[in-house]
Design a protein around this ligand. Structure first.
Ligand code: MN
Length: 200
């Protein structure tokens, strides 16, 4: 009961076509990790993922996280991803559920701010965490607001009002590069197109 699985993740993908990782290999390096991936697919969005019980619980955030406590950002819960996904950057073929280009926009460790297990907080629909990323820092709250018949969960991602809050910052637009490769989505896409031309 309540075990977080990768069933839906695997069902959605053909691993002969996509370079995405297939499963979680437990490694202490991923414990309490969070990652925010910028994903240029049919619609540009940011995938917010946090490690809970050996997988990455995930949300698609169309506008990305804000550093302003007054800004509420819609976050749609998506399928759990393997831990190794936290390092994934590259091209997903178009035929794979929308495809697109992915960069590791921010990454770091998080701390649970509540006195209950993260798996329970996830189930309850109320997560309070402290993020230690390169761009995103401080307290963030994720609150579930609704769940439809198909099981789609709508949440809100909000900056907590603490010393790391800053309404003037806007890292989404001022810090677009990957914290892994220091490249933009555009550069990753361009390099891929150049190398696939060469191999033809
Ligand atoms: Mn995505």
């Amino acid at each position: 009961m309540g075990v977080l699985t990768l069933k839906e993740y695997k069902k959605k993908r053909n691993f002969k076509l996509t370079p995405e990782p297939k499963q979680s290999k437990t490694s202490s390096k991923y414990k309490n990790i969070f990652v925010i991936q910028k994903h240029d697919a049919t619609n540009l969005h940011y995938d917010f993922r946090i490690e809970i019980d050996g997988v990455l619980a995930s949300w698609a955030v169309p506008k990305g996280p804000s550093t302003d406590p007054k800004e509420k950002r819609l976050a749609i819960r998506t399928e759990n991803h393997p831990l190794q996904y936290a390092d994934f950057e590259g091209i997903i073929p178009a035929k794979q559920y929308g495809g697109g280009t992915v960069i590791v926009w921010d990454k770091g460790k998080y701390k649970n701010q509540r006195n209950i297990k993260m798996s329970k907080a996830l189930k309850e629909g109320k997560i309070e965490i402290w993020l230690k990323g390169k761009k995103i820092k401080g307290g963030y709250n994720l609150i579930r607001t609704s769940k439809n018949k198909q099981g789609k969960e709508r949440w809100l991602l909000m900056k907590a009002d603490d010393k790391k809050a800053d309404a003037r910052r806007n890292p989404i637009s001022t810090q677009p590069k990957s914290v892994k490769s220091n490249k933009t989505i555009k550069q990753i896409r361009k390099e891929y197109e150049q190398s696939s031309r060469k191999s033809k």
